[in-house]
Ligand binder design. Structure first.
Ligand SMILES: [Zn+2]
Length: 327
């Protein structure tokens, strides 16, 4: 009896029939065969898989890698653009500090407030675990700084806009012209400062400016304001006082008559009364005072609206040197 085996089948020689009979494998043999083939397949499969993994990437990985690269590039571009924005903002801050705020005499905003960072706890902790976290944190930080600095800058400009609004009003109100029509300065009699008293002939402080003029000459309000006094005042005779707001008042003395009453609003250049010789006076003239926050100031400092620098210089010389106090 012999066992003859072809590739996939088993045959047994049967002496009785003098022929080979095919032997079919048992179910057990079949299962073992299947398991053997499967395990070989799995092992080979795994080996191929890891080899491929090592040297090639899947289409999805490739896609993700490209996206990651793109995002990183976008972050870098964003970071550069933020740098540009900072440069522009820095320029605006410089102009704000050295020009705009200077014009309005606004208090400067210290660098510590303009450029203050975010102190205390780490606001970027949640970003730290990300890949490329340095880039992400730095960019986010820049963005936050830019937002904060823009906020400070915007507040500063808003403050200046508000000051600009009152500045316009202030420019209309502060005394800024001469109280008489006086282009040739013929009427400038004496200025502010230590002068010889015209009556007692002793040195005495003269707290205003005298303009000689004929009785009845128009006297102008030198800025917008409200009449707060119109009556007789010891030494000043018939006298008008105007409150201009912003800490400014003006006084007009020795008048012959009034053309305004207490409580009346007046505008710059409006006639409020007429030159006279009332009170302690040596002849028809206007005594004019500018009072700033309760203290008398030199009126000649306040004629900038209707004098050129040359005219101003001429007026000052007359008031300082040749003037005679008329009180
Ligand atoms: Zn005077």
């Amino acid at each position: 009896m012999g066992l003859y085996r072809t590739r996939k089948s088993y045959y047994i020689y049967d002496p009785n029939t003098l022929s080979y009979d095919r032997v079919y494998p048992s179910a057990k043999d079949r299962i073992f065969t299947i398991i053997r083939h499967l395990s070989t397949g799995i092992v080979v499969g795994f080996i191929f898989f890891f080899v491929l993994m090592r040297f090639f990437e899947s289409p999805m990985e490739s896609q993700l890698r490209k996206e990651n690269k793109l995002l990183q590039t976008q972050y870098e571009v964003l970071s550069l653009r933020l740098n540009n924005a900072f440069e522009i903002l820095n320029d605006v801050q410089q102009r704000d500090e050295n020009l705009y705020r200077a014009i309005f005499q606004a208090a400067s905003i210290p660098e510590s407030i303009r450029k203050l960072g975010f102190g205390g706890t780490n606001r970027y902790e949640h970003l730290m675990s990300l890949p490329n976290s340095d880039l992400v944190v730095a960019t986010t930080q820049k963005m936050d700084m830019l937002t904060k600095q823009l906020y400070v800058q915007s507040n500063s400009l808003e403050e200046l806009v508000n000051m600009g609004k009152t500045q316009e009003e202030r420019a209309k109100c502060i005394p800024a012209i001469q109280p008489l029509s006086n282009k040739d300065f013929a009427r400038t009699a004496s200025g502010y400062g230590m002068r010889i008293d015209p009556i007692y002939r002793t040195p005495r402080f003269h707290g205003g400016m005298d303009f000689s003029a004929k009785t009845g000459t128009d006297i102008y309000a030198t800025g917008n304001g409200v009449i707060i006094f119109a009556g007789w005042k010891q030494g000043y005779g018939n006298c008008i006082m105007i409150d201009h707001g912003f800490g400014y008042e003006t006084l007009y003395g020795h008048m012959s008559a009034f053309k305004a009453r207490v409580g009346q609003k007046v505008t710059r250049g409006e006639v409020i009364g007429f030159v006279g010789n009332t009170g302690k006076s040596t002849g028809p003239h206007l005594h004019y005072e500018v009072i700033v926050r309760g203290r008398r100031d030199n009126p000649s400092k306040y004629y900038f609206m209707d004098l050129t620098p040359e005219e101003y210089d001429h007026m000052i010389q007359i008031a300082e040197n040749h003037g005679q106090v008329m009180d």
